[in-house]
Design a binder for this molecule. Structure first.
Ligand code: FAD
Ligand code: NAI
Length: 467
């Protein structure tokens, strides 16, 4: 039996990697985690989930004060201004506290943080900053990076054409912003800067926003973002960009081809997706090949084709979400420790943290039908939910898709101010194999937004109470 430095060595300290490292250490395995960033927490804590939510929250407060929602409830504020430096400072403080928290957890669990970039030497050894570290098991959790758009060069320092990292760090509110890509990042960060005063145009290649979400959510989302003042250019692609001084000029073309037009903006956010981080990892040295999308394939236990090498998170197939990476982190560590670690990829919620929030779990109605399922659908509008009505946040609905024969819930989709919180209940119900009837007969506290889930479940049988 060779003598390794570690039982487990994790490459990457994002939500996948740091969680895997902590669980491995909790299970008594000698663990190290390699991270090239200055701070732990990966994309999510440093330039993703956390900083974006800080800006979303701050900009929501600003819009409530400046846009009159507070005044509607008698809260008088006087002249409202935004101090972007203070907002950015608060964001940085949250990031620092949370990334520092992971460092504390590493120390508490006696995990060695190996600082630097890891490169495979063989299946049981990596080179980090010129030193070789060996491990019986190596977990690749290197995450993903921004997908570049040919012809549109990002320069976050200049701040004219930026990616998500640049859009999270703007020092002032641009007068106009064009977002390329009507997906999650484009809509969340587009919402931030629109609320703070930018004129935002979203250019989306497809004929609808938010690919992957239920069709009704996508249609309603387009209406809501337009109502909020975003301009949407659907079925349109950007073919070129140039920057002169502080202004970008984009060339736009219909997705199906045709006449081009130009569009000028103070800031352009490129948000057309992310791609797995595998460059420079030395996968050749261990003979690990990538699939057509540049991802590392694994089996259900997160084993790659190379013995002793495992992979999780954004670098493997599946939705690029922090909670999916975290759950895989727990499961892979448990599998390495000889336990049974499972992730149910059919029940992974997704949330768009705009206002209102958009959330879903399980199958969309379209996917269920495509899979040949006969479905029953129940829908309930937030307009008829007493809490939403009282709070004056009536946009949205809950939609439940259940199997027509068994009544088993196949998917739940929601647009509501707190849809991200509401969807947890749906995920748990689906994890337990709930029927829509189970949800309909579960007592929900009144008055809560979540009652809309119960009513949507009642609507599957055509009998909601408040509609
Ligand atoms: P990552 O978080 O990308 O971490 C991988 C780490 O590995 C990185 O720190 C990287 O530096 C390191 N690394 C890479 N290669 C090496 C190497 N060779 N050696 C050493 N270290 C290496 N998801 C959500 O669920 N909710 C959200 O609200 C959300 N918001 C987001 C907002 C933005 C703007 C972005 C960009 C993403 C957001 N995401 C969100 C997605 C989420 O951040 C990712 O799904 C998640 O971080 C993936 O985790 P991971 O551990 O696989 O990889
Ligand atoms: P995305 O995949 O969500 O959206 C990209 C959009 O760009 C798609 O609608 C696509 O059709 C469009 N597009 C692609 N090429 C285009 C082109 N040339 N011109 C115009 N449009 C084009 O990717 P996004 O928004 O970059 O986010 C990346 C990942 O980060 C997502 O997979 C998401 O899961 C994750 N994320 C999650 C968040 C959350 O959970 N709230 C928040 C932010 C990111």
């Amino acid at each position: 039996m060779p003598d390794y430095d570690y039982d487990v060595l994790v490459i990457g300290a994002g939500p996948g990697g740091y969680v895997a490292a902590i669980r491995a250490a909790q299970l008594g395995l000698k663990t190290a985690c390699v991270e090239t960033r200055e701070t732990l927490g990966g994309t999510c804590l440093n330039v993703g989930c956390i900083p974006s939510k800080a800006l979303l929250h701050g900009s929501e407060l600003f819009e409530e004060a400046a846009g009159g929602t507070l005044a509607k409830f008698g809260v008088k504020t006087g002249k409202v201004e935004i101090d972007v430096a203070t907002l950015q400072g608060e964001k940085a403080a949250a990031v620092k506290e949370l990334t520092g928290g992971i460092e504390f957890l590493f120390k508490k669990n006696k995990i060695d943080w190996l600082k630097g970039r890891a490169k495979f030497r063989d299946a049981h050894a990596v080179d980090v900053a010129g030193k070789i570290h060996s491990a019986k098991n190596i977990i690749i959790a290197t995450g993903s990076s921004v997908m570049p758009l040919p012809g549109v060069e990002v320069d976050n320092d200049k701040g004219v054409i930026v990616d998500s990292t640049g859009a999270l760090a703007l020092s002032g509110v641009p007068k106009s912003m064009v977002v390329i890509g009507g997906g999650v990042i484009g809509l969340e960060l587009g919402s931030v800067w629109r609320r703070l005063g930018a004129n935002v145009t979203v250019v989306e290649f497809l004929d609808q926003l938010l690919p992957g979400m239920d069709g009704d959510v996508r249609k309603e989302a387009a209406k809501l973002f337009k109502k909020q003042g975003m301009e949407l250019k659907l079925s349109t692609k950007v073919t070129a960009a140039s920057v002169r001084g502080k202004t970008a000029t984009l060339t736009l073309e219909p997705a199906a081809g045709g006449e081009t037009e130009t569009l000028k903006a103070d800031c352009v956010l490129v948000a057309i997706g992310r791609r797995p981080n595998v460059d420079g990892l030395g996968l050749d040295a261990i003979g690990l090949e990538l699939n057509q999308r540049g991802q590392i394939e694994t089996d259900h236990d997160f084993r790659t084709k190379v013995d002793g090498v495992w992979a999780i998170g954004d670098v493997i197939p599946g939705p690029m979400l922090a909670h999916k990476a975290e759950d895989e982190g727990i499961a892979v560590a448990e599998n390495i420790a000889g336990q049974i670690g499972i992730v149910n990829h059919a029940v992974i919620p997704s949330v768009v943290y705009t206002h209102p929030e958009m959330a879903g779990v399980g199958l969309t109605e379209e996917a269920a039908k495509e899979a040949g399922r006969e479905v029953k659908v129940g829908k309930f509008p937030m307009m008829a939910n007493s809490r939403a009505k009282t709070n004056r946040e009536t946009d949205g609905f809950v939609k439940i898709i259940s199997d027509a024969k068994s009544d088993r819930v196949l998917g739940v989709w929601a647009i509501a101010s707190v849809a991200g919180t509401m969807i947890a209940q749906a995920a748990q119900a689906m994890e337990f194999g709930a029927l829509s009837e189970d949800i309909a007969y579960t007592c929900h506290a009144h008055p809560t937004h979540s009652e809309a889930i119960k009513e949507a479940a009642m609507a599957v049988r055509g009998k909601p109470i408040h509609m």
